[in-house]
Design a protein around this ligand. Structure first.
Ligand SMILES: [Zn+2]
Ligand SMILES: [Zn+2]
Length: 95
C-alpha cells in the first residue's frame, strides 16, 4: 500500500472498510500480489492461505477468501478461518 492509498483507506467510513475486508480479493489485488503470496492485513507475515468460510445469503457458494497469516488463522475441523469467521463458527458450535 502506498502512502497515498493508505491515506485514502483511512478516510473511508468503517462500514466500507469492513466490506473491503470481506472482499479480500479485490482489496488485495490493488496492493502487493506476487506469486500468489500476499501480505496479511495485520501487517504480519506473507501468506498464501485463505479463509475457507462459506458465505451465506447473497454470496452463497462463495468463500470469504481473506488472506490470513499463521498469526491470524484459526483452524477448526481442519479448515482455516480468519478471526471474524472463527468467532462466528465458535459461536454456532456453542449453540
Ligand atoms: Zn495476519
Ligand atoms: Zn473469513
Amino acid at each position: 500500500m502506498t502512502e497515498k492509498d493508505k491515506e485514502l483507506y483511512d478516510k473511508l467510513p468503517e462500514h466500507i472498510k469492513l466490506r473491503l475486508d470481506y472482499k479480500a480479493e479485490e482489496y488485495y489485488s490493488k496492493y502487493e500480489f506476487k506469486d500468489n503470496i500476499v501480505k496479511c492485513k495485520c501487517g504480519g507475515g506473507k501468506t498464501k492461505d485463505r479463509c475457507e468460510f462459506e458465505l451465506k445469503g447473497k454470496k452463497i457458494g462463495q468463500k470469504c477468501d481473506k488472506y490470513i497469516c499463521k498469526k491470524c488463522m484459526t483452524i477448526i475441523d481442519d479448515k482455516k478461518y480468519c478471526r471474524i469467521h472463527a468467532n462466528i463458527i465458535n459461536q454456532q458450535k456453542k449453540g
